[in-house]
Design a protein. Structure first.
Length: 218
């Protein structure tokens, strides 16, 4: 009986995070400040970072009818290194993990503005690649409404001028400034995903402008 070769043996994949890099150096240095210092007495800033396996050979396809391609991933809260309640400072390391096979890469951050009295929080519309360039500053207003539904801060567009938001007093309109320090490391180029291997569809031809094919001669 023939013994199957190495190519016939299924590759073992590790979906847990690899070991941490003992000496990370590439970091985003992010500062989040309350525009009104007194807001730091009630509100706090939480920043989490999403890391994702960015290598095609380390992902897998879901074993169901969806057949979605899945990358191992995880989100971790970043420690606030500031002792000043009116300003939070974070170091988000791009090289958090060892760069070996199936390493995890930094994908995106997320800020939450937390009301420590009620436990409610709001999420700014911040965290895209354009927001993370060194030297970039972002400003937002977070109107905390008396609602149990999900709420958001407004930075890339103004607070809506509706009765719903006009009823929020100025004391509950929390204004923050997010700054990515100039000495931050630039983001790495985007790694190709599983779907980058698929061929792009050809554009459809306009049948009204394409002349009919000529028939052959007898």
């Amino acid at each position: 009986m023939a013994i199957p070769g190495e190519s016939a043996v299924a590759q073992t994949k590790v979906f847990t995070p690899p070991p941490l890099n003992p000496h990370p150096r590439e970091a985003l240095h992010i500062t989040v400040s309350f525009d009104r210092p007194e807001d730091g007495d009630r509100y706090s800033i939480i920043l989490s970072a999403h890391y994702q396996n960015q290598q095609r050979e380390c992902g897998y396809v879901e074993d169901n009818w969806n057949r979605l391609f899945i990358y191992p991933e995880g989100t971790f809260e970043i420690q606030n290194k500031s002792r000043n309640p009116r300003q939070a400072k974070f170091d988000v390391y791009l090289d958090r993990y060892n760069r070996e096979q199936c390493n995890w890469e930094f994908a995106s951050p997320q800020i939450r503005v937390l009301d420590t009295y009620t436990g409610k929080f709001q999420i700014p519309d911040w965290g895209g690649r354009e927001d993370l360039r060194p030297g970039t500053t972002y400003r937002a207003t977070c109107p905390f409404r008396n609602s149990e539904f999900a709420q958001q801060c407004f930075g890339k567009r103004p607070v809506p001028e509706t009765a719903l938001y006009e009823a929020v007093p100025q004391s509950r309109r929390i204004r923050i400034t997010v700054h990515v320090r100039e000495d931050s490391a630039p983001l790495r180029p985007r790694s190709p995903s599983h779907f980058d291997n698929f061929v792009s569809p050809l554009p459809q031809l306009d049948t009204q402008t394409v002349p009919p094919a000529l028939g052959g001669r007898d």
